[in-house]
Each structure stands twice: as structure tokens, then as C-alpha cells.
Design a protein around this ligand. Structure first.
Ligand code: SF4
Ligand code: SF3
Length: 548
């Protein structure tokens, strides 16, 4: 069958090879085409800004923001709205024209930088020529996409930091130069492997920037019990990763009689001191993103998606689904607002007033808030527990959740872990085991949730601190196992960041990325000993063989 599209950027890609007729995520071929073109023109603009920097000229912050938001929009499950994507292409071409006029010479710029189209008529034709498969060499294609996906994740994290008025020009300059390099046919496999690792370095900087932005705005996450039951008032559900959006909504709902709940990746907002002052910030409703069809239905009130992951909504609640920022869905209301602007959520609040309160799914509490600052505060207890042998191993199980049945592995793996192990987690992967009541070791919970996927940064900080405390030369000598679940491109930047920090022996599942060619996978295996997962039984034997 002829390809109607080609996308293999996420773990659920069709047949572990590529979505060619329609996305497993629900992305339609015409949306995929416009995403391909948006990435292409963004790479073109990045080549121009990279040259401008080389010529000693300044690149305005709004151009940096345009580039990061463009990439963020193309992340899995972020934006399904073709019209919104086409508008971004229009804006990017307009900006590209302006920036191009500022360069001294256009001779060394790639085609993507020079391509232009005044009307929209040429978009479809061009999109068909610039997709993933336009790079013919399989290994070069694999590395270009690995880097591009890492940069998409980095863009998402940068965008959240920018929303809190934190900038890192070095990160933006690298991001744009790396995007430009994915258009440079002179770069071969070796150069691109080095660039992938350098992307990991900036992944650490990007996550550090966001950590600084979040903690300076809202305080350091602290050990917190989060209610998973419901109240009696009508409410708004907030999902995604953008804490600034949540803050604005909490302020605007104060005293209105409307409650606010988190869903999926917004759960960690409860760990920040600044959000605890809102008595109408009731708790977390439901589980990870892929359960939203049932959970948004029973929530009854409006839902605000601040980022990915959106599942194409059922008609029964589509009119209650609102998007903002990078998120979008055709037919769903989008709340606008630029960096530094106050968004107006009054429509959502008015909508909530007409709705029934949420239906109870469960009762009780879950515990979290173990980002670097909180863990450092407990460092003495943790180190003592390791020295005494009460804690034998830490298992990093960060990353993503997803709908594939094979992900039940992570629940079974968590259940099968020896009682003297502690899980370190971040991202929506936690929903596979955060309600299992795995108990504690001398008061230290056996599941330590640092927060969102970007808070994997905290896990790296904790590992580096432990290395120092135990006087080790190599981070790989720590009693830490890495068994990471991935789904979308934010997990790619987290992975590249860990590789940059020198972490070896990472197990990645439930399947290895389809975008890794055989040779590129081999490079990762040879240099970093990356591996997939086996059965729970096999992996228990592998990790704990003699100790069990
Ligand atoms: Fe397929 Fe994933 Fe791409 Fe969606 S994002 S089209 S599921 S590979
Ligand atoms: Fe989840 Fe999409 Fe990746 Fe931020 S919300 S971790 S999957």
C-alpha cells in the first residue's frame, strides 16, 4: 500500500516500524504532512539564525520562542489541528524572510533556509518532499531523527521555562545550530553521533533551566500526600506539564465555588508549596494520559490540556475539552496567551458552573514530592539505609506510560522487585505502580516520585550526589538500575541527557525506538550498553540473580 504519511517518532508507531496510513495516536495524514513542513521550515529558520549568530548578530527572543513552540507543537499527541499548524508555517516563513534579509550571504545556507512560498498552495507539494524518508541513508536518517526528537523534547522544556520568564540563550543557540545540522549533507554518522550526545548535554541544561524556573516560582517540591478522591463541587481538570497555566487558573478560580483537579502529568503540581495555599485545589483525578477517554467522561467538568498528551476526544466530552499553548485539537476551544501575558480562562470557569461534580473513581492518597531538594533533606536517612543494607538497590523507572498491553510489564516488574529496593520515578510512567502500596523502608517510601518527566533531572542530581557521598569515581558504580519506559520525544531528551552524564546499562522499553537503525542501535549498545527488556522473570534474574 502506498504511504499516505510517514511518522515513527513514538513508541506506539504502527508495527514498531512507522505509521504510514494514519497515526496510531489519531494523527491524520494531512496533519502529519503539515507537521513535516513545519519542522522543515523551522530547521530552515534555525540555519539562518545560526548564521546570524556566527556573523555576530543578535537573534531576538521572539524568534527563539517561535522555534521552540513550533517543535513542541509537533510532539506526539500535542496538536492535531491542521489549521493551527498551517498558521505556524505562515508565521515561520514570514519570520524567515525577515531574518534572511539580515544575513551577509546566503551561499552556505541549506535549501530549507532559502525555500519560500507566498501563498499556501505550495505547502502540500513541498511537504511531500521533506518528510522523514527524504533522507535516503538509513543511518543518517536515524541519527537526524534521534537528534530532532531530542530537540523536540528540549523545546518543550524550554517553552515551560520561558513561560516563567527564564531564558538560556546558549540552549537556544545550540538547539538551532543542531536543527540546522540535521539539514547539512556534509555531516556523516560519526558527526551525528557526537551531535546526539551534545544534544544530551543541552538536555541537562534545559531541564536544569526548567527546574530553576519551577522552583524559583513555586518553591521546592516537598513530600506530599495527594488526595485521589473527589469533592462535591463542580470542577475543572488540568492536564499537561505547564505549571504557569495552572497557576493562572488557580488564581482565576479562587472564590468562585469551582474546584480544580490535576490529571496525569499535572499531578506533581501538588508537591510545590506555592500551590498548597489554594483550598479549592482538591487533588488528582485518574491516571495517565491514555486513560482519558473514560476519565474525562466521568469527570463531568471542563478539561484544560496545557500540553500533550491528547487522545482524540469522544463526542460526549469534546465540547468540554479546551487547549492552550502548544496543544490543539480541531473543534476544541483554544485559549490564547503569549509568554508574560495573563490568559483568560473565564469561559472555562463559566462552563464548569453548568457541570455536575466529578464522579468518584477511587479514594485515598498517593505520596510524592521527592525531587532533589527533598531527597537531599533526607540524605542522611537514605545513606544510612544503604550503608546498613536496608536499601540494596535503587531502580530508576522514570518515563512514560502508554496504552500498549506490554506495559503491564512495569506493574509486574514493580510488584516483583525485592523489598529492599526503592523505585525512583518521574513522568507519567509512575501510574503503572504508584497505587500498589509497595510500603516503605524505615520511613522511606519504596516509590519516590520526583515529579514530571522533566524532573528526571532531579534523579540525575540525586545520582550524582550519591556518587559524591559514597566517594565513587564512576556514576555506574552506584547501586542503581535504570529500567526506563518511553513513549514520546520528551523521553528521548531524558535518555540523551542520561547518556551524556555517562550512565550505562539503561534498559529501555517496552520496545526499542523504531527510528534507531540497526547500525545506530549497535553504536548505542557498544558504547552505552543500552538494552531492551525481557520478561519480568528474566529481568529479575538479570538484575538480582544471586541476591534473590
Ligand atoms: Fe504514529 Fe506515534 Fe507518529 Fe502518532 S506520533 S503518527 S502514533 S509514530
Ligand atoms: Fe507522559 Fe505524554 Fe511521556 Fe511527560 S504526558 S511523560 S507520555
Amino acid at each position: 500500500m502506498e504511504n499516505k504519511m510517514f511518522c515513527y517518532q513514538c513508541q506506539e508507531t504502527a508495527g514498531c516500524a512507522g505509521c504510514t496510513q494514519m497515526g496510531v495516536c489519531g494523527k491524520k495524514p494531512e496533519v502529519a504532512a503539515m507537521q513535516d513542513l513545519l519542522v522543515y521550515v523551522t530547521k530552515g529558520l534555525s540555519a539562518i539564525t545560526t548564521q546570524l549568530r556566527a556573523e555576530g548578530k543578535e537573534v531576538p527572543a521572539d524568534v527563539n520562542h517561535l522555534i521552540t513552540l513550533n517543535l513542541f507543537i509537533t510532539i506526539t499527541n500535542a496538536n492535531f489541528d491542521k489549521e493551527a499548524i498551517v498558521e505556524r508555517i505562515d508565521m515561520t516563513l514570514a519570520k524567515k524572510r525577515k531574518m534572511l534579509a539580515l544575513t551577509d550571504s546566503t551561499d552556505s545556507l541549506p535549501e530549507a533556509a532559502r525555500w519560500d512560498c507566498k501563498g499556501r498552495e505550495g505547502y502540500v507539494g513541498k511537504a511531500a518532499q521533506v518528510g522523514v524518508l527524504s533522507t535516503k541513508d538509513e543511518d543518517v536518517r536515524s541519527l537526524r531523527e534521534l537528534i530532532t526528537y531530542g530537540l523536540k523534547g528540549l523545546s518543550a522544556y524550554s517553552k515551560h521555562a520561558n513561560a516563567l520568564l527564564e531564558e538560556d540563550e546558549e540552549v537556544d543557540a545550540f538547539l538551532q545550530s543542531a536543527l540546522a545540522k540535521t539539514q547539512d549533507d556534509r555531516l556523516g554518522v560519526e558527526d551525528l553521533v557526537a551531535l546526539a550526545l551534545e544534544t544530551g548535554k543541552y538536555g541537562v541544561s534545559g531541564m536544569a533551566l526548567l527546574d530553576k524556573a519551577n522552583t524559583s516560582a513555586y518553591g521546592n517540591p516537598e513530600m506530599t500526600k495527594v488526595n485521589i478522591g473527589v469533592g462535591t463541587r463542580p470542577a475543572i481538570l488540568v492536564s499537561g506539564h505547564d505549571l504557569r497555566d495552572l497557576e493562572m487558573l488557580l488564581e482565576q478560580t479562587k472564590g468562585t465555588g469551582i474546584d480544580v483537579y490535576t490529571h496525569s502529568e499535572m499531578l506533581p503540581a501538588h508537591y510545590y508549596p506555592a500551590f498548597k495555599k489554594y483550598s479549592h485545589f482538591v487533588g488528582n483525578y485518574g491516571n495517565a494520559w491514555w486513560k482519558q477517554k473514560e476519565e474525562f467522561e466521568s469527570f463531568n467538568g471542563p478539561i484544560l490540556m496545557t500540553t500533550n498528551c491528547i487522545v482524540p476526544p469522544k463526542d460526549s466530552y469534546k465540547d468540554r475539552l479546551y487547549t492552550t499553548g502548544a496543544a490543539g485539537y480541531p473543534g476544541c476551544k483554544h485559549i490564547p496567551g503569549k509568554i508574560g501575558e495573563e490568559k483568560d480562562f473565564s469561559q472555562i470557569i463559566a462552563h464548569a458552573r453548568m457541570c455536575q461534580p466529578p464522579v468518584e473513581l477511587e479514594r485515598g492518597e498517593i505520596i510524592g514530592g521527592f525531587a532533589h531538594n527533598q531527597v537531599m533533606a533526607l540524605a542522611d536517612t537514605v545513606v544510612e539505609a544503604v550503608k546498613s543494607g536496608a536499601i540494596k538497590k535503587f531502580v530508576v523507572m522514570a518515563g512514560c506510560d502508554g496504552r500498549a498491553k506490554s506495559r503491564n510489564y512495569y506493574t509486574d516488574f514493580a510488584k516483583a522487585l525485592p523489598n529492599d529496593t526503592v523505585i525512583l520515578t518521574a513522568g507519567c510512567a509512575k501510574y503503572k505502580y504508584n497505587k500498589l502500596d509497595l510500603g516503605d523502608i524505615g520511613g522511606i517510601p519504596r516509590v519516590l516520585d520526583a515529579g514530571q518527566c522533566n524532573d528526571s533531572y532531579s534523579l540525575a542530581v540525586i545520582a550524582l550526589k550519591l556518587k559524591e557521598v559514597f566517594g565513587l569515581d564512576d556514576i555506574n558504580d552506584l547501586p542503581i538500575i535504570y529500567n526506563i519506559a518511553w513513549y514520546e520525544q520528551k523521553a528521548v531528551i531524558v535518555l540523551l541527557a542520561l547518556l551524556y552524564l555517562g550512565v550505562k546499562n539503561i534498559h529501555l522499553g517496552p520496545t526499542l525506538p523504531a527510528f534507531l537503525s540497526e547500525n545506530v542501535a549497535k553504536v548505542l549498545v557498544e558504547n552505552f550498553n543500552i538494552a531492551g527488556i525481557g520478561t519480568v522473570e528474566e529481568d529479575m534474574q538479570l538484575f538480582f540473580g544471586e541476591e534473590r
